[in-house]
Design a binder for this molecule. Structure first.
Ligand SMILES: [Zn+2]
Length: 258
């Protein structure tokens, strides 16, 4: 398979690592390219740091994680917690997708709990068809193809639970995902532990592991329930293939064998 390009369009710095840290690590190991695009600067995610300082910290943390992964990073200046799917941002996003020319895009579902995640998912959804329309976002020429759009796993059930269309076994890369997440120190060692007063210090790598691993083990357990052939699956990431873009190609499912 030729080198492929994966573009993560997420709301906050750290969403890409939480949702697809395993896939990103495996994808890089297989020699493919990654870009992480965060539509907000993450400046609301802390209990004490002021927004400007926090945005600077999060830029540096996200850059550290991107460097570790070997990915490109771009963070937009929108305030955390205030993202809306505006026409202006839609046109900026169309231009950004056209510039990168991804084979795969990963984003949030619009059923997500966080308004920024929903706005991001909506912006991607609203952009895809228009990628091919030359009259829109004229700063970049239109694409002559549509990428595949994958929606990252969430557990929300209203209006419907997500489909696990593509399951990726991430057991081999759990430690590398923790390395990526640990780069986001203001989040995983400060802000996230502060959200639940049942959490007790020290907030260190062992705490991060206990916070993160229920996600991949929960996805694996859920998938095993309906798929006996996956009885040995222990850690996984799951994605829904959106029906408003291209189908997921077989060479994407089997990216590690090439
Ligand atoms: Zn987020």
């Amino acid at each position: 398979m030729q080198m492929q390009k994966l573009l993560l369009i997420m709301a906050h710095p750290d969403d890409a690592e939480f949702c697809a840290g395993g896939l990103m690590t495996l994808w890089r190991q297989a020699g493919h390219q990654i870009k992480i695009l965060c539509l907000t600067n993450g400046n609301a995610g802390h209990q004490s740091l002021d927004p400007q300082t926090l945005a600077q910290h999060r830029q540096a943390e996200a850059q550290k994680a991107a460097d570790l992964l070997g990915a490109e990073l771009e963070i937009w200046p929108q305030d955390d917690g205030r993202l809306t799917p505006s026409i202006e941002l839609r046109e900026d996003l169309i231009a950004a997708i056209r510039r990168y020319k991804p084979d795969l895009v990963i984003t949030h579902r619009t059923a997500d709990y966080h308004p920024d995640h929903r706005a991001t998912g909506q912006l991607v959804k609203d952009s895809i068809y228009l990628l091919q329309v030359p009259a829109i976002a004229r700063t970049q020429p239109p694409l002559s193809y549509l990428p595949t759009v994958l929606l990252a796993y969430d557990g929300f059930t209203d209006p419907r639970p997500m489909r696990m269309d593509w399951i990726v076994d991430t057991e081999q890369v759990q430690e590398q995902v923790l390395d990526l997440l640990a780069c986001h120190a203001s989040q995983v060692f400060e802000w996230l532990p502060s959200l639940n007063n049942k959490n007790t210090p020290p907030f260190d790598r062992a705490w991060l592991k206990s916070f993160y691993q229920p996600r991949p083990t929960g996805i694996a357990a859920k998938y095993r329930d309906g798929n006996a052939a996956f009885g040995s699956l222990r850690y996984a990431e799951a994605f829904e293939v959106s029906d408003y873009a291209a189908r997921l190609a077989e060479h994407h499912r089997n990216f590690r064998n090439n």
